[in-house]
Write a protein that binds this ligand. Sequence first.
Ligand code: BEZ
Ligand code: FE
Length: 293
Amino acid sequence: MTDAAEQGYFTEENSAEAVISRNSGAEDPRLKEVMEVIVRHLHAAVKEIEPTQEEWMKAIMFLTGTGQMCSEWRQEYILLSDITGVSMLVDAINNRKPTGATESTVLGPFHIEDAPERALGDDICLDQKGEPMLVRGRILDIAGNPIPGAKIDVWQANDEGFYDVQQKGLQPDFNLRGVFRANEAGEYWFRGVKPRFYPIPDDGPVGKLLGALGRHPFRPAHLHYIIEASGFETLVTHVFDPDDPYIHSDAVFGVKESLMARFEPVDDPARIKEAGFDGPFFEVRQDFVLAAQ
Ligand code: BEZ
Ligand code: FE
């Protein structure tokens, strides 16, 4: 360390050390560690970028606008974390699963805590809009044993790409959401509608940034799941449609190959009758394997 730093002065060369040593009295060791790493990397980035004063002010105004966009219903900083890949990185670090367990992906902002419990086979589509879909599968442990009673919380966007909470008054409350319990064989099944790709909210600073980066705001069609069972790690995941046009360019980097399931069109009259539909439907089969705690 230079003499200047020892005396508490700040120079271009010792910039990070000057700030880090000033934080040395922090009581919380984790805060101290986190701030040290952030300061070190932030100063290195500024040294590499060498922003002009105007560029730095532009960055400040971007962050200001991001905060101002936040409300009870909108979390622009989460979107920023999503489109920079940080949400998926934090998810990966916190969900290192054993081989054979289903992989996790982002939760997203549209989950609600109090979705209604529904019976196996119920239709979560409350407004009869969209192409009918039957989703089925099993909840298993790593050895392939069923997990009876596992709680399966599902939610999805409608055929126009909107969640009920984005269209209050237009869609029925709790449309396309439900909580199911796996049966004794670990099986679950429910009806919904074939989801469609949709843009993440892009009318704020994050959407503008995506545009400036030459990126689109779309997420490929998917179903959301949170699966819980006692003695197992909670799984937050999706099922993706591999034929979606955005499957290789999810705006939030949530796609994993293991989470794709065919949305199989079914038009055989016998199968239509057996599944209880009036006409052709899509069938999606996906099992989920939970890691033990
Ligand atoms: C979602 O899948 O619901 C979602 C995830 C990240 C950002 C916006 C939406
Ligand atoms: Fe989603």
